[in-house]
Ligand binder design. Structure first.
Ligand SMILES: Cc1ncc(C[n+]2csc(CCOP(=O)(O)OP(=O)(O)O)c2C)c(N)n1
Ligand SMILES: [Mg+2]
Length: 405
């Protein structure tokens, strides 16, 4: 039996159902779609992707996933395009701000706009998102003001937004850990009897973490309403995906007993459709789904990284031809869903966003240098007091040096 045919088995999700941990029942329609999605994996070494828009911007039919985007209006399509363009513009501004010394670090999402906007726009307001540190497009979809994403990267705060304000958790740097947080949160939703869902974002590198395997196990046996959204951008800093897995990542799901599907990560419509399907499964009590968005990190891992040391230009050039923004633009133009006026207006809006972000970052107040000693212990601690005093002395030493100036 090949790996692919094993993947087509019905996911085992009875444990949670039997234990009465699910408040909703399964629907046969979503189960059929799940089976069809797994069939789509094909038998070749490079599995088929769910794709609704080709790199040339041609709409391709997909019987299983078309129903999730069939009713989409021209205005909604323009909205997806606007989301991607503004996210990219914001991201470019942040990279420039780091180069100008205004940010300590930046993790660019360049190339991953479709995966993030497509999945982000599939969510309902009452769903909850657990991101990594690169989910600027998802943050945008959740209504988090982009300037709030920058405080942590400037080193002036520890997060920058109220996670419960937009059901968007703080950025998580500890690779893979948020998949466990998401699973626990999803198990809680089930106990509450709600029909909202959770989505956990993580990368190809994170898929090797023990936390992710544990999250898969728990979510499967407790039938938790969680979507694991893996952006396979081909690289984990300098390590290629071949160093993470001997099978395509979406196939990992089969061993845990839930479906996995690979989607063209640069196709915003496909990401929207597949994520809607996976969320529908979660809401219907069918448990977790693994979505592997096959995409590419066009830029460096972060501004501290130099990718020319470990990968060639050819790879990047090949992926530039699959640019997520360009393909939707081609589709919008070919189908007369957007005119020159729309693109010109968006260009002006992008520039205004860049300016707003620049000005907001430069105006961020410096934090109180002693704030780091607060919130360690509720009632204080002798060791923290000692460290605070040491730090005060250290700072005072600079004042002495500058004293004569
Ligand atoms: C537990 C843990 N181990 C190591 C690191 C260092 N680290 C930061 S990013 C990264 C690679 C992550 O790659 P991937 O999951 O593919 O996400 P991407 O950065 O490509 O979006 C590593 C190893 C970390 N932050 N946390
Ligand atoms: Mg990666």
């Amino acid at each position: 039996m090949t790996v692919e045919s094993t993947a087509a088995r019905t996911p085992r999700r009875s444990a949670g159902t039997k234990a009465g941990t699910t408040g909703t029942k399964r629907t046969t329609s979503t189960t059929k779609k799940a089976t069809a999605a797994r069939k789509n994996t094909g038998k070749s070494t490079e599995p088929a992707l769910v794709q609704l828009l080709t790199p040339e911007g041609k709409r391709v039919k997909n019987a299983e996933f078309d129903p999730y985007v069939d009713g989409i209006t021209a205005e909604e399509l323009r909205g997806l395009y606007r989301d991607m363009v503004l996210t990219r513009r914001f991201d470019a501004e942040a990279t420039s701000l780091q180069r100008q010394g205004e940010l300590g670090l930046w993790a660019s999402l360049l190339g991953q706009e479709a995966a993030q906007i497509g999945s982000g726009r599939a969510l309902r307001d009452d769903d909850y998102v657990f991101p990594t540190y690169r989910e600027h497009g998802v943050a945008w979809c959740r209504g988090v003001d982009p300037t709030n994403l920058l405080g942590m990267f400037r080193g002036v705060n520890n997060g920058g937004w109220d996670p419960n304000g937009n059901n968007f958790h703080l950025y998580t740097i500890v690779i893979g850990s948020q998949t466990l947080h998401a699973t626990g949160y999803a198990m809680g939703i089930t106990k509450d009897g709600a029909d909202s869902a959770v989505i956990a974002y993580f990368g190809d590198g994170a898929s090797s973490q023990g936390d992710v395997a544990e999250a898969f196990t728990f979510s499967a046996v407790y039938n938790a309403p969680v979507v694991f959204f893996c952006q396979n951008n081909q690289w984990a800093i300098s390590e290629p995906t071949e160093k993470q897995s001997r099978v395509p990542l979406y196939q990992r799901a089969q061993g845990f007993g839930f479906p996995g599907v690979r989607v063209d990560g640069n196709d915003v419509l496909a990401n929207l459709a597949v994520t809607k399907w996976a969320l529908e499964r979660a809401r219907a009590g069918e448990g977790p789904t693994l979505v592997e968005a096959f995409t590419y990190r066009m830029g460096a891992h972060t501004t501290s990284d130099d990718p020319t040391r470990y990968r060639g230009d050819e790879e990047r050039l090949a992926w530039e031809a699959k640019d997520p923004i360009l393909r939707l633009r081609r589709y919008l133009e070919a189908s007369n869903h957007a005119d020159e006026g729309f693109f010109a207006e968006l260009e002006a809006e992008s520039e205004a966003l860049g300016k707003r972000v620049r000005e907001a970052v430069r105006a961020m107040p410096d934090p109180d240098h002693f704030a780091i000693f607060e919130n360690v212990y509720a009632d204080g601690h002798a060791l923290v007091d000692e460290e605070r005093a040491q730090f005060a002395a250290y700072q005072a030493s600079f004042a002495d040096e500058d004293g004569g100036k």
